[in-house]
Design a protein. Sequence first.
Length: 181
Amino acid sequence: MNVIYITGYKPFEFGIFKNDHEGVKYIKRAIKRRLVPLIDEGAEWFIISGQLGVELWAAEVLFELKDEYKDVKLGVLTPFLGQEETWNETNKQYYQNILAQADFVDSISKKPYEGPQQLRAKNLFMVHKSDGIIIVYDEEREGTPKYALAEAEKYRAAHPYPIIRISFDDLQQAAEEDQWN
């Protein structure tokens, strides 16, 4: 697996409204736990669509891992131009900081937001252009990642395509480890 798509919940789906929320470090720890073995096995490129939440937190984890793993690269493929235009200033600055550190940035649709078909096209593109997916999603707590997961499962029916899930149990385990340490 050379290219891995990383996605998951948006922050509000966790009830998180600031990046310094305690829960973010557990989410990042759980993501790192999945990334390191893949990098050790040769994965180099990780792609996200740049949405707030899991995707940008994963980008931060990848930037930290670059110190140890020089070949790790991040691609940000936004679903449409200007996805951050409606975000508050804090989120816009955070996003721009991530984009500035990414190895590749482009938009799948070369137009501003026109409708949900651009988001469907993004899921299709990201799954078809990757060799597997890491997804922070738990069926017991429905949310926006269900669309990416559905696309991944549909693709996997005809192609070898690993789906690496990070569930709420995994996040709980990361939090409990922190309490033990």
